[in-house]
Write a protein that binds this ligand. Structure first.
Ligand SMILES: Nc1ncnc2c1ncn2[C@@H]1O[C@H](COP(=O)(O)OP(=O)(O)OP(=O)(O)O)[C@@H](O)[C@H]1O
Length: 307
């Protein structure tokens, strides 16, 4: 059974009078990819920095890989890799030396460290540039170096803050590949993003944060189902003849694009009842489909339609 990689319980963090994170609770299970979605300024980075023990929460409890971050943060940090949204690298040091410096914080035997740095520089496409000073690097190259840095201790848990922002398309593909690779190896990935498509593409579960509050959390299909329960199930039906009045329990609204078709919004999935009713009226159902909301529908409604 999967155990918990990250546990956040009732996290609150304010800057002055402004509450950036307001009672956020969720769990990330070992071996899953968790996408933390929210618009700019929603509190994603503050939550991540609290998880990492870099920001001290006003209240709440955080456990990472079984360690209480208020008590044993270093034990957890040894086993995690963090890719910040933006960070400085040492411009006067080469790519190789930057990684060597970072690796020196961990107890990695020298030969193993050299092997790992070689592998990582090749993996992120910086092998040819390994002896160049980092100050000569483009933004994309710097991000790749930061990515290698996050992986230098062969972490069990990856925490990525907006990992594809600032990256060229190839770099973004590389990040996604690495996330998938880690998942295949049974490791855990927590990443924040405001890019819906990448969250939808990569995540086993998602959390949506808006103005410091977690509005939805769960598997993508669970989040979508909850959304349908709140907003209504959209069912499209087409028959071989004019559709009569639809008096069925649970129907909220009906639109009629044509005589033979209807778009029904209902409180539950009434496809079977609808089909039986139409048959009882002597009509043949030509097509009957239920519209799945996209993550974008859920997100936009959560961000702009919430209280
Ligand atoms: N050190 C700080 N002092 C004051 N306010 C801050 C500080 N850090 C963040 N904030 C504010 O807290 C809110 C949440 O910021 P946070 O960086 O956590 O959001 P985010 O979801 O990561 O957004 P972004 O993607 O834009 O970084 C924002 O309104 C931000 O302006």
């Amino acid at each position: 059974m999967p155990t918990t990689a990250i546990m956040v319980d009732s996290l609150i963090k304010s800057y002055g009078n402004f509450r950036a994170v307001d009672g956020v609770s969720f769990e990330v299970k070992e071996g899953e990819v968790f996408g933390f979605l929210g618009p700019n300024g929603a509190g994603k980075t503050t939550t991540i920095l609290s998880i990492l023990g870099i920001v001290v929460p006003d209240s709440g409890r955080i456990e990472v890989l079984g360690y209480d971050m208020a008590v044993e943060p270093l034990k957890a940090k040894e086993k995690l890799g963090y890719l910040p949204e933006s960070a400085t690298i040492y411009g006067e040091l080469t790519a190789w030396k930057n990684l060597e410096f970072f690796a020196s914080f961990y107890k990695i035997p020298h030969l193993e460290m050299e092997r790992r740095i070689t592998e990582l520089l090749k993996r992120v496409g910086l092998w040819e540039a390994r002896h160049r000073k980092a100050k000569t690097f483009s933004k994309g190259m710097r991000q790749r170096l930061l990515l290698a840095q996050a992986l230098v201790n062969d972490p069990e848990l990856l925490i990525f803050d907006e990992p594809t922002s600032g990256l060229d398309p190839e770099g973004a593909i590389l990040v996604k590949e690495i996330i998938r690779e880690y998942r295949r190896e049974g490791k855990t990935v927590f990443f924040s993003s405001h890019v819906l498509s990448e969250v939808e593409e990569l995540s086993d579960r998602v959390g949506i944060i808006v103005r410091g509050k977690l509005r939805a959390v769960g598997k993508l299909d669970e989040v979508k189902r909850k959304f349908m329960e709140m907003e209504g199930y959209v069912i499209k039906v087409e028959t071989d003849g004019p559709i009569p009045e639809l008096k069925l329990p649970g129907v909220v609204s009906i639109e009629r694009p044509s005589e033979n078709s209807a778009v029904v919004v209902a409180r539950s999935d009434i496809r079977a009842e609808l089909s039986r009713y139409l048959c009882s009226k002597g009509l043949a159902v030509v097509s009957l489909t239920m519209e799945e909301p996209s993550l974008e529908d859920v997100f936009l409604k959560t961000v702009y339609g919430g209280e």
